[in-house]
Design a protein around this ligand. Structure first.
Ligand code: PLP
Length: 378
């Protein structure tokens, strides 16, 4: 069965299509016959090692880290698991809106509340830390469903004052941070002790990500093997993935300023237009600092599942905020943490723009969604 051609792709928070320079880098590498194991000491192995280390430098530069502290792994799910299960902390606190791969990595973790905008309650964090043994705390850079950004440096100050470790899932940040928050991808500015990245969210290939450790921070490896990645992650390195990741990091670094400017214009126009056309529509997290590319819109009385299907039939790809399991859409845990009812938390879709999104794409979304939403609201 052939997949339908992607016409209007507005699901960059799920996966952002390969950027042109990534595609080029991957094609070049696939065309080479001298690609060897980066651990081999012969000439071809050394050439592969050079490519791997070059990619590592590019990823490190994106977040202001030393290349020696960037550990390649299979993606952010693994990076998050490696930290949450590898620091040795008995006490773990996680924001209530973390990705399931953080929540499920430590089911014993205590959730930290967010306010109605989706922003971490720093007073609650302070209270949870007070008078207790040092904790591992996970606070994401920005939420994948709403785009709401978290006060990470402020959280880091509280965690460090209590002797703890702050882990940041930064997956949704690269290429999407507004200009006034551009330094929020920098490990030092964030105050993070560890950070997780994923290539496919920034226009690189799926199946590769990175765990980044601040100086002096150590973990017990999750995957042990032949001593690759300085012993932090066993297994022959995914050279093709790393080269694609490195190219994505370089593209994001060069293109981000112009791209973010464009995304904010597209997002603002799209939001304003849909809110004016469908007065009942609600933008979740609208009052919070947000990413440049994400809109989480609720349509009272219409499930996300139905909206996604109607849009899909019109060739417009978006996501339901909530996860689908066994054919039924569960209410979004993120929106519930923001105080929405189960019903309202089932009625939001996520529109996520990216490097390839054009004005024609957002216009096609509006053409498909507005008449449907008006009929549904009538
Ligand atoms: N963290 C966040 C915030 C995400 O949005 C995702 C993917 O949806 C992940 C982690 C998992 O990333 P990966 O697909 O690289 O395992």
């Amino acid at each position: 069965m052939s997949l339908p051609a992607i016409s209007t792709y507005l699901d960059h928070n799920a996966t952002s299509p390969l950027r042109p320079r990534v595609r080029e880098a991957l094609t070049d590498l696939l065309g080479r016959e001298d690609v060897a194991n980066p651990s081999s000491v012969h000439g071809d192995g050394r050439a592969a090692r050079a490519l791997l280390e070059d990619a590592r430098e590019s990823v490190a530069a994106l977040i202001g880290a030393a290349a020696s502290r960037v550990i390649f792994c299979s993606g952010a799910t693994e990076a998050n698991n490696a930290v949450l299960r590898g620091t040795g902390h008995h006490r773990v606190l996680v924001s209530a809106v973390e990705h399931p791969c953080v929540l499920k990595a430590r089911p014993d973790a205590d959730p930290l509340p967010v306010d109605r905008r989706g922003v971490l309650d720093l007073d609650a964090l302070d209270r949870a830390l007070a008078g207790r043994p040092p904790a591992l705390v996970a606070v994401m850079l920005a939420n994948n469903e709403t785009g709401v950004r978290q006060p990470v440096p402020e959280a880091a100050a509280l965690v460090h004052a209590a002797g703890g470790w702050l882990h940041v899932d930064a997956v949704q940040g690269p290429g999407r941070l507004p200009h006034d928050a551009a330094d929020m991808l920098d490990l030092t500015a964030l105050g993070a002790d560890s950070l997780a990245l994923s290539a496919h969210k920034m226009g690189g290939p799926a199946g590769i990500g990175a765990l980044v450790l601040a100086p002096e921070r150590e973990i017990t490896p999750l995957v042990r093997g032949g001593g690759q990645e300085r012993g932090y992650r066993g297994g022959t390195e995914n050279l093709l993935g790393a080269v694609g990741f490195g190219a994505a990091a370089r593209s994001v670094a060069t293109d981000s300023p112009a791209e973010v400017h464009r995304l904010i214009t597209l997002r603002t126009t799209l939001e304003d237009t849909l809110c004016a056309a469908v007065p009942g529509a609600v933008i979740h997290g609208a009052d919070a600092p947000r990413l440049a590319n994400t809109i989480c819109v609720g349509l009272p009385g219409v499930t996300a599942e139905r909206q996604v299907m109607v849009l899909d039939m019109a060739g417009v790809r978006v996501s339901a905020g909530s996860a689908c399991s066994s054919g039924t859409i569960a209410p979004s845990a993120v929106l519930k943490a923001m105080g929405l009812s189960d019903t309202a938390a089932r009625e939001a879709i996520r529109i996520s723009l990216g490097w390839s999104t054009t004005e024609a794409d957002t216009a096609r979304f509006l053409d498909a969604w507005v008449p449907f939403a008006r009929r549904a609201a009538a």
